[in-house]
Ligand binder design. Sequence first.
Ligand code: PMP
Length: 417
Amino acid sequence: MAQLSPLLKQATPVVVDHGEGTYLFDSEGRRHLDFTAGIGVTSTGHCHPKVVAAAQEQIGKLIHGQYTTVMHKPLLELTERLGGVLPPGLDSLFFSNSGSEAVEAALRLSRQATGRPNVIVFQGGFHGRTVAAASMTTSGTRFSAGFSPLMSGVHVAPFPYAYHYGWDEKTATKFALRELDYLFATLTAPNEVAAFFVEPVLGEGGYVPANTEFMAGLRERADKHGILLVLDEVQTGFGRTGKFWGHDHFDVRPDIVLIAKGLASGFPLSGIAASQELMSKAWPGSQGGTYGGNAVSCAAACATLDVIAEEGLVANAAERGTQLLDGARLIGDKNAAIGDVRGLGLLVGSEFTTADGEPDTVTAQAAQKAAAERGLLLLTCGAWMNVVRMIPPLVVTAEQVDEALGIWAEVVDTVTK
Ligand code: PMP
């Protein structure tokens, strides 16, 4: 009898039978309030009827077209539809299956277009698990341990993670940009840097939002040195932060945007968007893949865009996000074990620290487990896995947010007694 590899680490023991909206139902019929959304993927809720109908209709027509062989309608329709939501000037798209593949595609494009070997990433960033993406990931050594030698040409600059440094945001930002300049002077000349890869909100690294000044500093240096600014919107895109793109909060112009997760409601689909001018500098035929831009995924993505617009999900993410962040902050304020509560839209993290201000992984993990036992599914993140994160689907209601906060208050009290 075969069994699943022990290398998979599962956050909860739940075996799901089916999902509906913000709920998952396990094989024993128990209902779980899902504030994980498949790691920020099922933004329209589990099995939204419009997404299901679009996918079912497409399955009956064509499952696999293979875009380096033939083109198909859902891919062309999705390309056109994304034109309506992508940042100005990013009018050219390439599709793949996972976030990591999108990272690799952007890396290949950046190096080919600039002819430069190096990239700069920001400490605490997560970009994926393939060799290149893991080499660019610094949210935890667990993602690269035992996997060396990693790809060369990656340099790491600080991210303005104010709470970690024990500074205010302005000081942390000044420090991060100063260190970036120091890196240019000591580790890699800027004219050897192809791209900056940065998340608008550190995701796996602990739900730490960037800020306008930091992004402006990156843009300024990118323009000065001919470096491409790549925004990894894999977790923050498609309304998750309460604006359509995470970077909409920071008024910054990207050269390349990475998309995945919330794009297709759970069907595997990712991609990169850039200007036609930049994309035309890539070497034709160097990118591709057997499954990229799958027809059913693309049909589901078109339906996802419809649902986001028709149901006002970006506005809902902003409103429910404020409710969730305010509620989590009240709970954090009342409990010394929670050192910081932060987030943007429906990405909310509570960082657990000991009385000495050290990362408290044990209590964070206990809180996540206790929440799961009470029917609230949560995840942890951060370098020490000491940040409990809430990422409900964007269809979450005010009552469901209240229900989750009620459970969370009880859980925090219980695990810190
Ligand atoms: N970038 C970011 C910002 C992510 O959050 C993730 C996944 N958590 C990835 C890249 C990698 O995506 P995938 O797991 O689909 O390869």
